[in-house]
Design a protein around this ligand. Structure first.
Ligand SMILES: C[S@@+](CC[C@H](N)C(=O)[O-])C[C@H]1O[C@@H](n2cnc3c(N)ncnc32)[C@H](O)[C@@H]1O
Length: 370
């Protein structure tokens, strides 16, 4: 190695100047420089490995760094980029191909906070086991999980999904439309909550606009590019994690899934607003009695508050099933403590991994006992 480096000036005169400025004049100095370089590469690989395996690093990296940088560089948002990919590669009217398109995009191009395929299989299993007619989803985002549930629901079922970010709700409507699901987007005013079950308004989290994110420096762009390149070898050697449900998954019901071109009869309603505003209005404004199944997947700090709100508003019946995502990463400890210790619930944990990453996560299924 050293002999190759030291013979470079004789190979080409152009290298001579580079050689003089870059190669230290003694083998000792060169060893020091090479060692420092190796340490630097090691540290960068360590950061990349942390990002791939530790929840806090992963979420910081993907949500606070890469997304904002890509928004800045492309002038679009992640949901819009995901929608464009779906419209380009997924077959219109085929929910399964929409899910596959989102999964491949988020595994290979950019991470996103959909429930993902691995935990999606737990969601499928619980939906198939519960066979609900009235479903509530807290947190739509781009409707990946909405499509997942919608494709499994029987004719006449109602799937109501609440999303507080209007831009996400618009993308969700288009993705649901592409998947062939009968979708309606509704804006319900938040000024008249039902007096029987009111709670205070919660802060609108996650509504940061891309324009506020345009403060990136060249230095950060360089770090991003370097780390992104370093991720490639790690991706090559990464394996798909095992199915967390293993043999407890119910039998394959893929034949019941939507076929291309076939009209899906389950009705999806996206409500734009905050869960704390809308939950108290569901009975009156949407003519809902109780929900058979609730998928809880919005901001984790709201899990417990909104579960208590559902109870208070009599929207749960004995036997209603709650399934909460991300109970480990980012984590919902207060919610977990509540459903695991309350005599009103029978709760079960399903270990899994954070969507599209090798980071520990899990889902909690809780049956409301009354
Ligand atoms: C993890 S994402 C949902 C992912 C989606 N369920 C999926 O798997 O495809 C969480 C979403 O909840 C929304 N959200 C968070 N808190 C909310 C609240 N209190 N009311 C309504 N939407 C909320 C966020 O805007 C975000 O789009």
């Amino acid at each position: 190695m050293l002999s190759v480096l030291y013979s470079m000036p004789s190979v080409c005169p152009v290298f001579h100047a580079i050689y003089l400025s870059c190669i230290p004049d003694s083998p000792t100095m060169l060893s020091v420089a090479l060692s420092l370089g190796a340490v630097l590469v090691f540290l960068l690989l360590l950061v990349v490995q942390r990002v791939r395996t530790e929840g806090a690093w992963a979420l910081w990296w993907h949500d606070n760094y890469l997304e904002k940088l890509k928004d800045f560089l492309s002038g679009t948002t992640r949901p819009v980029r995901m929608l464009r990919h779906v419209q380009k590669v997924a077959e219109h009217g085929d929910a399964q191909s929409v899910l596959a398109a989102v999964d491949s995009y988020c595994s290979n191009v950019e991470w996103a906070m959909n429930v993902g395929d691995l935990k999606g299989q737990i969601l499928d299993a619980v939906v198939l086991e519960t066979r609900p007619r009235y479903v509530l989803e807290l947190g739509t985002y781009c409707a990946y999980s909405t499509v997942r549930m919608g494709r499994l629901l029987p004719p006449g079922a109602r799937l109501i999904s609440i999303e507080m970010n209007p831009d996400y709700a618009q993308v969700a409507r288009k993705i649901l439309h592409h998947a062939g699901l009968d979708t309606q987007l509704t804006l319900i005013s938040s000024d008249s909550p039902s007096p029987s079950c009111t709670q205070g308004e919660q802060p609108a989290e996650g509504t940061e606009q891309p324009s506020a994110q345009r403060r990136w420096r060249l230095q950060e762009a360089l770090i991003y590019t370097t780390l992104h390149c370093l991720q490639l070898p790690l991706q090559l050697f990464s394996r798909n994690p095992p199915n967390p449900l293993g043999s407890s998954l119910p039998r394959d019901r893929s034949s019941e899934r939507q076929q291309p071109g076939k009209l899906q009869t389950c009705k999806v309603e996206i409500l734009v607003g905050s869960t704390s505003d809308l939950i108290p209005q569901l009975k009156k404004k949407l003519d809902i009695d109780t929900f058979d199944f609730v998928f809880i997947d919005h901001w984790k700090v709201s899990y417990l508050k909104d579960t208590k709100l559902l109870e208070e508003c009599d929207l749960l019946r004995p036997g209603s099933v709650l399934l909460a995502d991300n109970v480990i990463c980012p984590g919902a400890p207060e919610y977990l403590h509540y459903v695991r210790t309350s005599p009103r619930y029978e709760s079960q944990y399903f270990p899994s991994q954070l969507e599209y990453l090798q980071v520990e996560d899990g889902m909690e299924k809780s049956v409301f006992l009354g």
